[in-house]
Write a new protein. Structure first.
Lengths: 236, 298
């Protein structure tokens, strides 16, 4: 079962809610065993993620963070290997998805830090008057900054996507076919965007914009899968 | 077969629920339904009126707990059916509504608003504090809200107007259209849609707009102090005012500085056009619109 506050637990853990909401979630968690459990699990994930050393991410982002976070549930299982939690796939989806979301957030945040840190162009020597012609200045050439390339064959990302896809596939009969069609159409749109970004990055591997765009687009795919899988639990 | 269906409908009695309960300030309303319309209006009484139309196979359960009023519909037997609600609440009351096939319309709520539906449209006028609207397959409209606004669509577009505060809006396959937004913190993202933004650019504000395939159209006032970063891969850039772009800059990534450059604005479209204009100027037509008009569409 999904509570009203389930989707806000991550913000609650991070202290990102306003005071009223923070109190409301706190009160709810005290009386809701499921949310209390999820909150504990999220705290554990966040604590592990925070234990990561503060350094620019290596190219193999997923495996590094996954190893430190110890999120064994995100590892691809061998064929026939039983799921580690719960009798029903969707009962652990919340944790699994929360863990995936936390990892994605950590990775996205790290990469955003990396990319944004390099995005700033050189200090401008002159300011253009608003009423005059505005001078466009090229961003700092990528060659001037230590861009860390994004791995195109990111095994951990693929594993997370595959895990969520398995949840969806397994629970597909429980969802409205029209809803499934909408989700699949939009996943297809994102996949096409990812493929285009990958092709562009293959042609221009040092392009920091493309690296960031690819990461962002892949994160959106995980977000949509997570949201779709949450629909399954909503039908419970 | 049609006759059978008609008989079935005719024999299904429509039941009206109409109940009013007194509430104290600080109480919130939670509505959970499977399908149907949820209409929320406000009045100046400290009371919640629940009006519902439903089949006699459904019951409407109204519970008053500690600082919360919950309204739920439940099937007495068989699959859940549609229930149409009209709820009248005090303007100070936070409202939360969720459903699978739910269309939600709210007007005048002066507190937190949360709406989540799988297949359905959301139209909210008002909302103050935290406003969260989500629909997988439906349009979302939000007007006259303030506070922290988070809107998540997937397959349809989002329209915001006269909204102030932090704004985060995303879709996958829909356009994002924002008019008269007063915000220093904006994050807009769509994969396959266009983005149109119109509102003052606040000093030290952060504005991020990203699309993969779409057009980004942003109004930048002459008085704005902003550093605008433009990034595209196979798209293009244009402005309705003079901008000198280095033709040798084949990477299509550059910054423009307006005034003292205080605000940070990032505009990214992998394959679409990024267009700047002055407030009040017409938005550039999208390729999609131009094709539509060329083929005689209305």
């Amino acid at each position: 079962m999904k509570c009203e506050w389930t989707d806000r637990l991550s913000e609650y853990i991070d202290g990102e809610l306003d005071a009223n909401e923070q109190r409301a979630v706190e009160a709810h968690v005290e009386g809701c065993a499921a949310c209390a459990r999820t909150a504990d699990e999220l705290r554990a994930v966040v604590a592990r993620a925070r234990a990561l050393p503060a350094r620019p991410p290596a190219s193999d982002l997923w495996s590094g963070i996954e190893a430190r976070a110890g999120s064994a549930r995100l590892k691809p299982r061998a064929t026939g290997e039983p799921r580690a939690t719960g009798a029903r796939g969707f009962t652990f989806a919340a944790w699994q998805l929360a863990a995936a979301a936390a990892l994605v957030a950590a990775i996205s945040g790290a990469l955003a830090w990396q990319i944004r840190g390099h995005r700033a162009g050189p200090a401008l020597t002159a300011q253009a008057a608003n009423t005059a012609t505005i001078q466009a200045r090229p961003e700092t050439p990528d060659a001037d900054v230590p861009v860390v390339p994004v791995s195109l064959g990111d095994a951990q990302y693929d594993a997370a996507v595959a895990d969520l896809q398995r949840v969806l596939d397994k629970e597909r009969p429980r969802l409205d076919p029209a809803t499934v069609a909408v989700v699949e159409r939009n996943l297809q749109i994102i996949d096409e965007a990812i493929a285009q970004a990958q092709r562009a990055l293959a042609a221009d591997p040092a392009n920091s914009y493309l690296s960031g765009h690819l990461v962002e687009t892949r994160r959106r795919k995980l977000d949509l899968l997570r949201r779709a899988a949450a629909l399954v639990s909503d039908t419970d | 077969m049609l006759a059978t269906a008609l008989v079935a409908v005719m024999t299904m009695a429509v039941t009206h629920t109409d109940q009013t309960i007194q509430v104290q300030k600080g109480t919130r309303l939670e509505v959970r339904t499977f399908a149907g319309d949820v209409v929320v209006k406000t009045w100046d009484k400290d009371a919640v009126r629940v009006q519902a139309e439903h089949s006699d196979r459904e019951t409407v359960d109204i519970q008053q707990g500690d600082r919360v009023v919950t309204v739920r519909s439940q099937a007495k037997r068989g699959a859940p059916r549609s229930v149409d609600y009209t709820l009248t609440v005090p303007a100070w009351m936070p409202v939360s509504a969720s459903g699978t096939y739910m269309d939600a319309t709210m007007d005048g709520v002066g507190a937190d608003v949360t709406v989540e539906t799988t297949r359905g449209d959301i139209a909210v006028t008002g909302g103050s504090g935290v406003v969260t609207l989500k629909s997988v397959d439906g349009e979302i409209q939000l007007n006259k809200a303030q506070g922290h606004v988070e809107v998540r669509a997937v397959n349809e577009g989002v329209q915001l107007a006269d909204v102030s505060g932090d704004v985060s809006v995303e879709s996958v396959n829909g356009d994002l259209t924002l008019d008269r937004i007063d915000s220093a913190n904006v994050d807009l993202y769509t994969v396959n849609g266009n983005i149109a933004y119109d509102g003052p650019i606040r000093d030290k504000g952060v504005y991020r707009m990203t699309t993969h395939n779409g057009l980004i159209s942003v109004a930048v006032a002459e008085s704005a102090n902003a550093t605008v970063t433009v990034r595209t891969y196979s798209g293009s850039f244009k402005a309705s005012f003079p901008v000198k772009v280095d033709e040798q800059n084949t990477r299509k990534r550059f910054t423009l500085t307006f005034g003292n450059g205080s605000a940070q604005m990032e505009l990214e479209s992998f394959g679409g056009t990024i267009a700047l204009r002055r407030p009040g100027e017409a938005r550039p037509g999208t390729d999609r619109e131009r094709r539509h008009h060329r083929h005689g569409g209305n």
